[in-house]
Design a protein around this ligand. Structure first.
Ligand SMILES: *Cc1c(COP(=O)(O)O)cnc(C)c1O
Length: 342
């Protein structure tokens, strides 16, 4: 156990850990897994990952429970999504067994960085794959490198589970219609940075992007999915430009388990008028409740959390999902992988 870390005051940032694990696909096959103590990678100056954006990643977390066990949330789902992203960018998909083995290795090798139960902190796991072959012509590479590193991260909400405001800005798109939005591609983030920083400078926590074709439907909320509660139902945008969030998928299942109807469909901006709760969802925060949505182009303000506190359904969904991750609530769907330390 690491005694020098003040777990409660950790941010969502990078802190060095002991080891990372790596594997390269070359000459038509995946090689041996390598364990490295260095946070640097040697990379060819002509690698396709650097020039043509052949780069995809994942983000998942490991939690220590009250019972001392370490649980990784939805390991296999993240592995499947990385494969889907690889297909999207014509990269070599990481086989499920390799993804699983490397994630487990990275967690076990850095056991002393897994935050204790009760601190609100967790171990963030970042798998990343990039094209590593030297190539100047625009075509898919032949060599790929897959790395898994981990870093402890603090509780997302330093001031508690409280709503923040978000905004709509039509002059920016994060992704193209039928583009790379459905895959977890670094470039989608690059495309969201300018508008995101602009929103932050105006006091908003994120941009609520509209569909890039018609600007009529809700799309994603910064680097997170969006959901709302309307007429007691859980509604969430469905389209080809949205990344399938595993948190969203899990919340939809929990909502159904609670007897709440779920609708994944187009949601128009006007519908915000009649929603009673809203949130952004993703691995980092689980749910980031939305207080108010300001449409900066029309001047319209949609006040969602009228009394400044998250709604009852969002709160129940949040507590249940966090509870499952920590082992406090029964994992009825088999979402956790318990790490066996030997
Ligand atoms: C990673 C990501 C999310 C959240 O997905 P989770 O699996 O819930 O962490 C949402 N939107 C985008 C664009 C993302 O990259």
């Amino acid at each position: 156990m690491n005694t020098e870390i003040d777990w409660g005051s950790l941010s969502f940032g990078y802190m060095p850990t002991d080891y990372n694990v790596r594997c390269t696909y070359k000459d038509g096959k995946w090689g041996e897994i390598e364990v490295s103590a260095s946070p640097y990678i040697p990379i060819h100056i002509a690698a396709t990952g650097l020039h043509y954006g052949q780069e995809i990643f994942e983000g998942l977390k490991a939690f220590r429970g009250k019972d001392g066990k370490v649980r990784i949330f939805r390991l296999d789902e993240n592995g499947k999504r990385l494969q889907s992203s690889a297909h999207g960018l014509l990269m070599e998909p990481v086989p499920a067994y390799l993804f699983r083995e490397m994630v487990l290795m990275a967690v076990k090798l850095n056991e002393r960085f897994i935050p204790p139960y009760g601190t609100g902190a967790s171990l963030y796991i970042r798998p990343v794959e990039y094209g590593s072959s030297a190539q100047v012509g625009v075509k898919p590479g032949k060599e790929y490198t897959f790395i898994v590193f981990v870093t402890p991260v603090g509780p997302y909400f330093k001031t508690g589970f409280k709503p923040t405001n978000i905004c709509i800005m039509r002059q920016y798109d994060r992704v193209a219609p039928q583009g790379t939005g459905r895959w977890k591609v670094g470039g989608n983030y690059a495309a969201s940075l300018e508008s995101g920083e602009k929103a932050h400078s105006m006091g908003y926590s994120a941009v609520l992007f509209l569909d890039p074709k018609e600007k009529k439907y809700l799309d994603e909320c910064g680097p997170a999915n969006f959901f709302a509660i309307k007429d007691g139902k859980y509604i969430t945008p469905a389209s080809d430009s949205i990344l399938p969030s595993i948190t969203n998928k899990s919340l939809q299942q929990i909502a159904k388990d609670m007897g709440i109807e779920v609708e994944a469909r187009h949601i128009t901006v006007d519908e915000l008028e009649s929603v009673t709760e809203a949130g952004a969802c993703g691995t980092a925060a689980v749910i980031s409740p939305v207080g108010e949505i300001d449409d900066l182009d029309t001047g319209k303000k949609y006040v969602i959390a009228k009394d400044g506190v998250p709604g009852p359904i969002s709160t129940a969904l949040y507590n249940t999902l966090r509870g499952i991750q920590l082992g406090d609530v029964e994992d009825t769907h088999g979402w956790n992988t318990i790490v066996e330390f030997d």
